[in-house]
Ligand binder design. Structure first.
Ligand code: NAD
Ligand code: IPM
Ligand code: MN
Length: 346
């Protein structure tokens, strides 16, 4: 039977709480199939840094890279915690994993499940996927500051957009659109960010020529936030850069019933490196340790993981259990109660 080597990074705050439920579901859904998950747990994050001073060692990175896939909860401490000033958990751990493992597709589906308590009065059918570029943009750390702390301080953060990097993620987005509703929306800010905007628009136009069945349109990111609230059913596949994609997907989570439902995959489509699956949300220090977090995003991330590994039947069972659970939700439940309810529905 098949053995999948899974690296598990519970992380900080609500990360361990939601990962425990995701593992509950994973264990249950694979109990009856002929695939075994061989799990290795990695203690990484703000808590580990405060204990040892390590963020992500080369040994950690090498060990993680030797797995078939990664499940991550969330990492990061309370924003502004002075003890974490030099740690840079987000860059030194999360982004280092995404960059080193070449997760150039950050896949973030948004679906309004029947019964989900979204904030919109007439949402229509919401079912789209944001294909967020994962290895470039303003995230690469290309910049610097001089004369820090003086009135003449200058701080630059340069957005990096390469033809190689933009083209590969745009191709992925078109292929996905072919398999879905055949509509692709480029979101950018070409009216102001003219250099980055031009390369994105040109490459989308070029790749579009090979996909005549896919309807292509374009929105400036500010207008896209309007339509995500007023007319979200217009979207099928959105392709966008790393930073716009980050912002749009928190908004998309809120619109589809809460950030506690939003799953994601950091994908290396070539399969050269393990892909990493995690909720869109963070470590939520404001509710950590209280069993208040919704583990559904982590559980749906397991569905994405199973799908990525070709375990489509298992993935479908997890998604179906989540759908039923959302449709029948009443009253407040603890994190563990939600996980157990979904497990029971498998
Ligand atoms: P956050 O997503 O952690 O929290 C934002 C709000 O959403 C909070 O009110 C929180 O309680 C709520 N929330 C988040 N997840 C929830 C869930 N599953 N159920 C119910 N409510 C939920 O964002 P933040 O406060 O900006 O960030 C906190 C820390 O997490 C920071 O250190 C940040 O850098 C980090 N972070 C990490 C990741 C990651 O590891 N992938 C992602 C985002 C933020
Ligand atoms: C996310 C997070 C990360 C990002 C941070 C924590 C680096 O917000 O996964 O959406 O900006 O990508
Ligand atoms: Mn984010």
């Amino acid at each position: 039977s098949r053995v999948v080597k899974l690296a598990v990074i519970p992380g900080d705050g609500i990360g361990p709480e939601v990962v425990a439920e995701a593992e509950k579901v994973l264990d249950a859904v694979t109990a009856t199939s002929d695939v075994t998950f061989d799990k290795t747990r990695f203690s990484l994050g703000a808590a580990r840094y405060l204990e040892t001073g390590d963020t992500l060692t080369d040994d950690d990175l090498q060990a993680i890279a030797g797995h078939d896939a990664i499940l991550l909860g969330a990492v990061g401490g309370t924003p502004g915690d002075p003890r974490l000033k030099d740690a840079n958990i987000e860059r030194g751990l999360l982004l280092k994993l995404r960059f080193t493992l070449d997760h150039y597709v950050n896949l973030r589906p948004s679906k309004l499940f029947p019964g989900a308590a979204g904030p919109l009065a007439n949402p229509g059918e919401i079912d789209f996927v944001v294909v967020r570029e994962g290895t470039e943009g303003p995230y690469v750390g290309n910049g610097g500051a001089i004369r820090t702390g003086t009135p003449h301080e200058v701080a630059n953060e340069t957005s990096v957009n390469t033809a190689f990097g933009v083209e590969r993620v745009v191709r992925y987005a078109f292929d996905l659109a072919e398999r879905r509703g055949k509509k692709l929306t480029l979101v950018h800010k070409t009216n102001v960010l003219v250099h980055a905007g031009a390369i994105w628009q040109r490459i989308v136009n070029e790749v579009a020529a090979a996909h005549p069945d896919v309807t292509v349109d374009y929105l400036h990111v500010d207008a896209a936030t309007i339509f995500l609230v007023t007319d979200p059913s217009r979207f099928d596949v959105i392709v966008t850069d790393n930073l716009f994609g980050d912002i749009l997907t928190d908004l998309a989570g809120a619109v589809t019933g809460g950030i506690g439902l939003a799953a994601s995959g950091n994908i290396n489509p070539d399969g050269a490196f393990p892909s990493m699956f995690e909720p869109v949300h963070g470590s939520a220090p404001d509710i950590a340790g209280q069993q208040k977090a919704d583990p559904t995003a982590a559980i749906l991330s397991v569905a994405l993981l199973l799908d990525h590994l070709g375990l489509t039947a298992e993935a479908a069972r997890v998604s179906a259990a989540v759908e039923t659970d959302i449709a029948t939700r009443t009253g407040a439940r603890t994190t563990a109660e939600v996980g157990s309810a979904i497990t029971a529905l498998l």
